[in-house]
Design a protein around this ligand. Structure first.
Ligand code: NAD
Length: 349
């Protein structure tokens, strides 16, 4: 008769279903605002983190990446893919799961779905960055690329900055219609536009979140007026960018972790002496964010491991005392640590 594993080795697991329940329990906008605060707190203690560019395995159709980090007490990693052609097969472009572990013992503390959580943390990071970089009192934004990330991006800007107006464009009208429908009742005034140029007209924040496994030019220099904040999240792989380099020449560019962004971000198009500012330096007051109304600011977002760390720790604290998780038997628990062989005998028929 197989014996039950001991409680001390069981790992809390948050399924997609439980993540959805958690989001509804907390409230989507509250969760986005709380995640933005958690991510900002970790950016404020940036130097503590063990940092490395993510490890990518690139193929013709996409990339599979591992994103590890640690603050010395807790370790985390995320497994994430990016496959733009997946949509044509009825699959998502980006899927993910992640793990938190105790540095002192190496034992896992949490395993969770991270496809939804990545959309939430990416949107929360965008909003956190925009709070430092967008024009003061910004109320309007455009979203170019109305796929899986789009609604989360809009709602995080609403929750954190108070955005009231969203203008949408996608080369696929069905994507724009899906996003418009999903945002009905959100309190945002949403307009579907028939070009990127029309979408960005008069807005203070431009978010680009398109997916293509090649350099694309979603925005050209003549489209971008003085004073806007550009939140470029779609270009996040070698050879995959969204902005014409002339925009970067006029903009002040802010990045997460330079060794990763130089390889994956919009700045991969620029010479190595192109000036960039690390976002954590703005968060801690070591560097200036927006200086004036004319300045074009660009958050060249690629997604960094500390943002996943913050999101994972947030979820761990939020599921405490709830039934939004299951306990997984994924760590061996011999009665005597060296008797792994003896443990095997527990399941003899
Ligand atoms: P998705 O495939 O669900 O949506 C992408 C949308 O972009 C599609 O609707 C497509 O029609 C549209 N699109 C493609 N080319 C376009 C163009 N030229 N103009 C307008 N629209 C265009 O993908 P998603 O999950 O929303 O992700 C979008 C991008 O963001 C991906 O490249 C992904 O890798 C990236 N991403 C970045 C981060 C980050 O932290 N920076 C996090 C998550 C995703």
């Amino acid at each position: 008769m197989p014996q039950a594993p001991s409680q001390k080795a069981l790992v809390p697991f948050v399924s997609v279903e439980n993540m959805m329940r958690l989001v509804h329990r907390v409230g989507l906008e509250t969760m986005l605002a709380e995640l933005a605060a958690e991510i900002e707190r970790d950016f404020a203690r940036w130097e503590l983190f063990d940092k490395t560019p993510r490890v990518g395995s690139h193929s013709h159709d996409g990339v599979i990446e591992l994103m590890p980090t640690s603050d010395g007490e807790i370790y985390s990693f995320k497994y994430v893919n990016g496959h733009p052609k997946n949509m044509g097969k009825g699959l998502q472009t980006v899927t993910a799961f992640g793990l938190l572990a105790d540095v002192a013992t190496g034992y896992p503390l949490l395993l969770t779905e991270m496809t939804l959580l990545t959309a939430l943390r990416t949107a929360a990071t965008s909003a956190m960055a925009a709070r430092h970089l967008a024009p003061k009192g910004a109320t309007s934004m455009a979203i170019i690329g109305n796929g899986a990330q789009a609604e989360f991006q809009a709602l995080a800007m609403k929750a954190v900055l108070g955005i009231t107006t969203v203008r949408l464009f996608d080369i696929d009208q069905k994507a724009t219609e899906k996003t418009r429908r999903n945002l009905e009742g959100s309190g945002l005034a949403v307009t579907a536009c028939n070009s990127a140029q029309a979408a960005i007209e008069g807005v203070q924040i431009i978010t680009t979140c398109t997916a293509d496994k090649q350099s694309a030019t979603i925005l050209t220099d003549n489209m971008v007026g003085a004073g806007v904040h550009i939140n470029a999240i779609g270009g996040d792989c070698p050879g995959k960018t969204e902005l014409h380099p002339d925009i970067l020449k006029r903009a002040d560019t802010f990045v997460e972790y330079p060794p990763q962004t130089w390889v994956e971000g919009e700045i991969q198009q620029m010479p190595k002496d192109y000036p960039i500012t690390e976002l954590w330096r703005v968060v801690t007051g070591l560097a200036e964010g927006r200086r004036n109304e004319k300045q074009i600011t660009l958050f060249d977002s690629v997604g960094f491991a500390t943002e996943d760390f913050s999101a994972l720790r947030y979820v761990r604290s939020r599921i405490a005392g709830t039934d939004f998780y299951q306990l997984l038997d994924i760590i061996a628990d011999p009665d005597e640590p060296r008797d792994l062989f003896g443990m095997l005998q527990r399941s003899v028929n």
